[in-house]
Design a protein around this ligand. Structure first.
Ligand code: ADP
Length: 756
């Protein structure tokens, strides 16, 4: 690519961004430019059209003082104004004067640059554009209306309408530059002579960088007749500076041929543009067009400039207000969402309940909450499979929990298939375990634009070559450049998303902290309870033993002195003390379980079970119980003493609560681990079974379903102890059973032990 700046008129669409538009070497021919030396006011350069407008050929003017063109009084007026006004890089209207041999009246404006004085003469002619009212009268009314505009859109519409009314143009636009410098017509006022382009977007190249910087220096740019042939400067190079004339501040400056082509392709002859500047940046333009050529006199221009400056001043306030409203809205949604969340225990359910609300959070067309087993979507979103795949892809991008892109497919290729609805993505990973992700989607910009008119309705008459720079063609070009992109996410939208995540996490953390506190308290209480049970059972055993001993002595020494009834009662007392001792022993044992350290080592479960079977040997043989073991090669981290005791308790029950005549017990491993990954061990018997309503109660201490005497009796603590043992391992125990169908006890020994 040619990095050199192309000379005026030499640029094409690829180089117009560097064209030297301030050095055109020619002017628009509706006026005359005189470049003078001060203080003599000698003419150094002039435009070539002096004969037509002033009645004097250019060659006759050069190197002569201006005196020959104006009368003495006029000259005095000019000199007076030149002495009074600050004209450095600042063109000002001086006066309306008769200039030249034809006696025509001209509006004269002047400025200084590079030690040269520029006089620009524009004839006071019946304007081609019709105006109805005096500019001055309207000015005050306009200002009042602009001040009343409640928002940006109204402000811009008032500006468009007023400028058109002031100048009499066929159409007026307010054109706004986006962050990437592409433009959008955000307000329009027009008659029927020109079509509407309202809502259309244009690529940044439509107003190339050099033109944009000139717009920053000059608030107003006038092209009365795009079809007119420019008038050259004579001589081409300024004799004083030895350089081409810098026409940065010239109202008559000739227009770049590329821009002329653009205007002609729009079907226009005259245009006028006013700069809208905010914080030193070209925010946009008020741009007018007409099918017919036409001038705009200085007083109207002054009013227009004033209007543009007024709008510029108000832009900041209007935009700031819009921004502030939006920020308030974002904050309100975050606060409401968090407040709503605080009322539920389940974060996902809480967020899901607020889907409608969260959908309205940032400006988007679709919203979704995605977890591995739940999906909640609003508006336009990709299908479930794509949402899940996005949720899985997101963490692979790094640790940042909040991400925003306006070109998703460039980061995640599969999303190209859904870019019409998801070109833009704002994603918030609330947590990675469990994975909870919130998504907001924006469609491609081309889908977002408002269609002012049907783009196919108006035919482009020119050849494809000629139509290369036409607003419609530009619009198509712009559509191509923004394909796959959404409107960008604003910084405060992303920040608000971060606030939302922090808020949700705070609620969760606070709740977790509360649960942890509760757990810690419970643990303490358990420990206290265990200690109490220990002390109680330990201390109660002493007096109980005393009672037992005295009762035995009574029976031995005084039994013969008692009658039958007396002896029977003493025997019952002894039995009860023994029973009470059993109960206290169980309680003591149970309380020790809670306080004892857990010695958890990798153990072969079969050998642990064998320890238990050894303990039970006598009872197994006596009852003739058949034992089947299916635990080969199963190794688990566990406290083997405790787990052996657990087996003893459960298998002892299987032996006891059996009247089948052929008691059988099978101990084995469940087919697959539970949800936490822990393996399931089962103990199955063909005994009497347990009604479902007792399935939970049997694990409570001293809870028995049968009279003590039946089925060999027991303290009712065996399953409570079993429960405590699995609990200490972090596992679970439960039963499946029905009367007459045998029972199967299942237990696990803590999560995550599933590795073989
Ligand atoms: P116990 O010392 O009375 O056996 P457990 O806590 O071991 O106390 O059991 C509680 C109750 O659950 C028992 O009294 C019994 O009624 C019932 N039970 C326990 N295991 C079985 C089983 N395998 N079959 C039928 N009933 C059972």
């Amino acid at each position: 690519m040619n990095r050199l700046a192309p000379a005026f008129g030499q640029a094409d669409l690829t180089t117009c961004d560097r064209e030297l538009v301030h050095l055109p070497g020619c002017i628009q021919p509706h006026g005359v430019l005189l470049v003078l030396e001060e203080p003599t006011l000698t003419i150094l350069q002039t435009s070539s059209n002096t004969l037509e407008l002033l009645g004097v050929a250019a060659g006759e003017l050069l190197d002569r003082p201006i005196d020959g063109l104006v009368g003495e009084e006029e000259l005095a007026d000019i000199r007076e104004a030149l002495g009074r006004l600050n004209l450095d890089a600042n063109p000002l209207y001086l006066a309306t004067l008769q200039v030249g041999a034809k006696g025509m009246a001209f509006q004269v404006a002047a400025h200084r640059l590079d030690g040269l004085l520029y006089l620009e003469l524009e004839p006071v002619l019946p304007s081609g554009l019709v105006r109805t009212r005096s500019a001055g009268a309207e000015a005050r009314e306009i200002m009042a209306e602009l001040m009343r505009a409640p928002d940006l859109a109204t402000l811009c519409h008032v500006a468009a309408r007023r400028v058109r009314a002031l100048t009499g143009h066929d159409r007026a636009w307010v054109y706004r530059f986006h962050e990437d410098n592409h433009g959008e017509v955000i307000a329009e006022d027009r008659n029927q002579d020109l079509p509407s382009f309202f809502g259309l977007h244009y690529p940044a190249t439509d107003i190339p960088a050099p033109a944009r910087s000139l717009f920053l220096l000059n608030w107003l740019r006038l092209i009365p007749d795009a079809h007119a042939t420019p008038a050259d400067l004579l001589p081409a190079v300024n004799p004083q500076t030895g350089n081409p004339l810098d026409m940065t501040y010239c109202a008559l400056r000739a227009v770049s041929p590329i821009h002329i082509e653009y205007i002609k392709n729009m079907g226009c002859s005259a245009t006028m543009s006013l700069s809208l500047v905010h914080q030193g940046r070209l925010w946009g333009l008020i741009s007018c067009q007409s099918t017919k050529p036409g001038q705009t006199p200085h007083d109207v221009r002054a009013t227009c400039e004033l209007l543009a400056q007024m709008v510029s001043l108000q832009l900041g306030a209007a935009e700031a207000q819009e921004d502030a409203d939006y920020k308030l809205h974002l904050r309100a949604v975050v606060e409401e969402a968090i407040a709503g969340l605080a009322e539920t225990d389940d974060v996902v359910a809480g967020l899901a309940a607020q889907s409608d609300h969260l959908y309205r959070f940032v400006r988007s067309d679709g919203f979704a909450i995605v977890t591995p087993d739940r999906l909640e979507a609003r508006g336009e979103t990709p299908a479930e499979a794509m949402l899940q795949s996005l949720a899985e892809w997101l963490p692979t991008m790094g640790d940042e929990p909040v991400r925003a892109t306006n070109a998703l497919a460039t980061l995640h290729e599969p999303a190209a298939a859904v870019q019409d609805i998801a070109a833009g993505l704002l994603a918030v990973q609330i947590s990675s375990y469990p994975p909870i992700t919130l998504f907001w989607f924006r469609p491609e910009v081309v889908r977002t634009v408002q269609w002012g008119v049907n783009p196919n309705k108006e035919k482009i008459e020119q050849t494809p070559e000629g139509a290369r720079i036409h607003p419609r063609r530009s619009f198509d070009l712009w559509r191509e450049t923004v394909g796959g992109r959404s409107l960008p996410w604003q910084r405060h939208e992303v920040e608000a998303a971060r606030d939302l995540r922090n808020g949700v996490l705070n609620v969760v953390l606070r709740r977790t902290a509360a649960v942890e506190r509760l757990n810690a308290e419970l643990e303490l209480r358990n420990l206290e309870l265990d200690s109490f049970a220990y002390v109680a059972s330990h201390d109660l055993k002493e007096p109980l033993r005393g009672i037992h001993n005295y009762a035995s002595l009574l029976l031995e020494d005084y039994g013969d002195r008692l009658d039958e009834e007396g002896r029977r009662r003493l025997a019952a007392l002894l039995r009860l003390t023994r029973r009470m001792e059993d109960l206290l022993d169980s309680l003591l044992h149970y309380s020790r379980l809670g306080r004892r350290d857990l010695h958890r080592d990798e153990a072969d479960l079969h050998s642990v079970l064998n320890d238990a079977l050894d303990t039970l040997r006598g009872r197994l043989e006596e009852s003739g119980t058949e034992v089947r073991v299916l635990l080969d090669g199963v190794r688990l981290p566990c406290d083997r003493v405790l787990v052996s005791e657990l087996f003893v308790n459960v298998i002892a029950n299987a032996i006891k609560y059996n009247d089948s005549g052929e008691p059988r017990v099978e101990i084995g491993l469940g087919a697959k681990p539970d949800d936490s990954g822990a393996r399931i061990i089962y103990v199955r018997d063909n005994g009497i079974g347990i009604p479902p309503r007792h399935h939970e109660a049997i694990f409570s201490i001293f809870r028995r379903l049968h009279p003590r005497e039946s089925y060999g009796g027991g303290a009712g603590a065996g399953l409570t102890i079993a429960h405590k043992i699995v609990e200490r391992h972090g596992g679970r125990i439960w039963v499946e059973s029905a009367p007459g169908e045998g029972s199967t006890f299942f237990f696990t020994l803590g999560p995550g032990d599933a590795q073989e």
